[in-house]
Design a protein around this ligand. Structure first.
Ligand code: IMP
Length: 192
């Protein structure tokens, strides 16, 4: 059985393929010859993930899933949210973190969470899977691993940032891992 993961990040595709096992063969956007810039204009992670999965399903008529993630900060009314990748106007991780720290300067409420939503279109029907991890935004960057906002996000119950954790440790607790686990449980029951 073939299933499209609407991503061009081969690292992500390989990682999920390893979790899924051999019943399902994952195809990336590249694998199916989809070179289009798929629109992501929603106000929520679910809308964006759904836009991507429906686009592929309608153009390529293959079952497909897509994910969308980001950081929500309570004191910034949920920002950067769906704008996480380009919050400062650029995709530069450093600029985006600087803007968050600047906007939180002097604020005591630093609660935040990462969220992932996965939209699966199977036989034309949409299924959504969510994962999130609560935490807070530190006063300054620490650590050198990971990407995005990892150096300033400290998960609840920890005193180190995502950037100070090993990839294995982060992958055990992350928003993306939790959403993927739900997707994989569903796929394994549907395609077994
Ligand atoms: P995507 O939807 O997975 O591409 O994530 C969108 C943006 O959210 C990324 O460009 C990052 O800025 C941020 N983000 C999502 N997941 C993480 C994470 O695990 N660590 C840090 N930043 C993340």
């Amino acid at each position: 059985m073939e299933l499209v993961f609407a991503s061009n990040n081969q690292h992500k595709v390989d990682e999920v393929q390893a979790m899924i096992g051999t019943n399902i063969t994952l195809k990336s956007l590249n694998d199916i010859g989809c070179l289009d810039e798929i629109p992501e204009t929603g106000d929520t992670f679910a809308q964006n993930a759904g836009q991507k999965s429906r686009y592929v399903y309608s153009q390529f008529h293959m079952d497909c899933f897509a994910d969308d993630s980001g950081l929500e900060i309570d004191a910034l009314s949920g920002d950067p949210g769906v704008n996480s990748a380009h919050y400062s106007g650029s995709r530069d991780f450093e600029d985006n973190m600087s803007l968050v720290l600047e906007r939180l300067a002097g604020k005591t409420d630093r609660r935040a969470r990462f969220k992932t939503v996965i939209s699966l279109i199977k036989g034309g029907k949409e299924h959504l899977f969510e994962g999130s991890i609560e935490g807070f935004i530190s006063q300054q960057r620490s650590g050198s691993k990971g990407f995005g906002y990892d150096p300033i996000f400290v998960p609840e119950g920890y005193d180190i940032s995502f950037s100070e954790m090993s990839a294995d440790e982060k992958n055990r607790i992350s928003h993306r891992a939790k959403a993927m686990e739900k997707l994989i449980r569903f796929l394994n029951s549907e395609y077994s």
